[in-house]
Every structure is written in structure tokens, then in C-alpha cells.
Write a new protein. Structure first.
Lengths: 113, 114
């Protein structure tokens, strides 16, 4: 069975400081992992994905994530937060057939000016 | 680049009414997924289709049905609507070959049941 745990429901950072959004996964096989961002009243936008290639994945808007199999983690980071990064972030693992997605409960990121 | 299109974007219905949500996948994507996101919740998988056949089923109520048509667009039919059906409904699509594991989401249809 697949599942995702986002360790923080809310994260607050000051503009210009680093961002760390934590995600742990559980999977009985080698999963594909994704981070999506959802701005208020908007759809889900793909930030980045890991699909068994390089373990350090670079995404859009300066975000990156590192797949650590030994820790079953896929944390999202960004060196310097912008006001426009304020949104809800979802960590996602794909199912065994690569079909359905399993979402984490989301982390709400607040950026303080 | 073309994205997933969903219509309508907003829908208001009364209890016990029916609703039909439409999804138009990205061109050359043959797999469609439906998700339901309640207020303050994470998206929950409902159902998916590949090449017009149901490929996976999640927590879709029996009151809901869906299908994928020959042009690959999909419709989610919801009957006997309940207050708890009020949610944001996302459609996503993916290609069958290269990049098949990535799902590209539409903007969602916001359904309000009164």
C-alpha cells in the first residue's frame, strides 16, 4: 500500500529565507513521487517529480527535492522564499500501476514580508 | 501549451438534483483521472479511464458515474446530490507513453450543493 505523510500542516517563513516542506512516504515498491502547488482558488500545478532517475530533482520556481530511499523521504526545499510562494503544497505518490495518485494532507506555506 | 479544460468552472445545484462535469484532456493524452477535494481536504481519487475503459476506481459513490468518450473527453455524472458533495472536482490527464506517470491537472469545477 502507498501513503504519504506531510509532517507539517503549516509552515511560516520570512521572505528571503529558506523553505523546507517535509514529506515521508510509504510504498511497497519503487514509487514515483511528485510535489504539486495549489494557490488559492486555483488548480494543482506540478512543481517537480521523481521517477527513479536522479535523486536530486529540480523543479520550477527554484524549488528542488531530494529522494532519500533510506529515510523514505522526499522533502521540498527552496533557498530563498518569495511572497508568491505562499500556497498549499501537496506531496504525492503514485500507485503501483502508476495510475491513481495518493495525496498527502498538504502543507500551507505562509511567507512573511 | 494546451492544458486540461474543465467545464463548467462553477456549478450550483440543489439537493437531489443531478450534475454533469466535463473534462477535456491535453491533446494526445489518453488517460483521464477524476478527484474530489472537499473544503480544507486533500484531493481524493475517484476514478480513472484509459482508452475509454475504466482503469481504476477509488472512493467514488454509487450515485456517481463517469465515462470517457471516443475523443478522450470524460464526463462525471452525479445524481441525487447531497450537501456533502460540495467540493472542488479536479480532472487530470496523462499520456500513455512518455511521461505516463505524470498527471496534469485542470483548474477544477467548484460544485456547491444547497
Amino acid at each position: 500500500a502507498q501513503s504519504v505523510t506531510q509532517l507539517d500542516s503549516h509552515v511560516s517563513v520570512s521572505e528571503g529565507t529558506p523553505v523546507l516542506l517535509r514529506c515521508n512516504y510509504s510504498s511497497s515498491y519503487s514509487p514515483s513521487l511528485f510535489w504539486y502547488v495549489q494557490h488559492p482558488n486555483k488548480g494543482l500545478q506540478l512543481l517537480l517529480k521523481y521517477t527513479s532517475a536522479a535523486t536530486l530533482v529540480k523543479g520550477i520556481n527554484g524549488f528542488e527535492a531530494e529522494f532519500k530511499k533510506s529515510e523514505t523521504s522526499f522533502h521540498l526545499t527552496k533557498p530563498s522564499a518569495h511572497m508568491s510562494d505562499a500556497a498549499e503544497y501537496f506531496c504525492v505518490v503514485s500507485g503501483n500501476t502508476g495510475n491513481q495518485f495518493y495525496f498527502g494532507t498538504g502543507t500551507s506555506l505562509t511567507v512573511i514580508p | 501549451a494546451a492544458g486540461v479544460i474543465q467545464s463548467p468552472r462553477h456549478l450550483i445545484k440543489e439537493k437531489r438534483e443531478t450534475a454533469t462535469l466535463k473534462c477535456y484532456p491535453i491533446p494526445r493524452h489518453d488517460t483521464v483521472y477524476w478527484y474530489q477535494q472537499g473544503p480544507g481536504q486533500d484531493p481524493q481519487f475517484l476514478i480513472s479511464f484509459y482508452e475509454k475503459m475504466q482503469s481504476d476506481k477509488g472512493s467514488i459513490p454509487d450515485r456517481f458515474s463517469a465515462q470517457q468518450f471516443s475523443d478522450y473527453h470524460s464526463e462525471l455524472n452525479m445524481s441525487s446530490l447531497e450537501l456533502g458533495d460540495s467540493a472542488l472536482y479536479f480532472c487530470a490527464s496523462s499520456p500513455s507513453l512518455r511521461d505516463k506517470e505524470t498527471q496534469y491537472f485542470g483548474p477544477g469545477t467548484r460544485l456547491l450543493v444547497l
